[in-house]
Design a protein around this ligand. Structure first.
Ligand code: ZN
Length: 135
């Protein structure tokens, strides 16, 4: 990978990390003040408003992304950034531009997703959304 390209991706990651951290702090503050207003006791999530619940969900998603970004930044330090964690090959630059914290190359990612959807379609689980029953 060319150095300038690499540096740009790392900068994107660091920027995104800082942004998420700001978002999370803000969300935490809002949840806290909503909690005070609605008098939650013992952290009863059912008693807080829908807006606050959405806030919590978004915060959880961002936290998840933050962990992925931190993982990617750790890989930068190890000199393993841009390497697929499944096959050890380089992840394509086009893919990294779209998702700098990608863990897997496109081939492994597709295999991984296929695997997940196979799990989802096991006959033991109810699937009311599709008409294609695979018995
Ligand atoms: Zn791979």
């Amino acid at each position: 990978m060319r150095t300038r390209e690499f540096e740009k991706l790392v900068a994107v990651l660091q920027e995104r990390k800082a942004q998420i951290e700001r978002n999370l702090m803000e969300a935490a503050r809002e949840v806290e003040s909503a909690g005070e207003a609605e008098a939650i006791d013992e952290g009863d999530l059912a008693s807080i408003g829908a807006d606050t619940q959405t806030e919590v969900l978004i915060a959880e998603q961002q936290l998840c992304e933050l962990r992925e970004i931190e993982h990617a930044l750790a890989k930068v330090k190890l000199g393993a950034f841009g390497i697929c964690e499944m096959c050890g090959e380089k992840i394509g630059i086009e893919r990294l531009r779209v998702k700098p914290h990608a863990k897997y190359c496109i081939v492994c990612r597709e295999a991984y997703e296929k695997n997940l959807s196979n799990l989802r379609h096991t006959p033991h689980r109810e699937n009311t959304h599709t008409a294609n029953f695979s018995y």
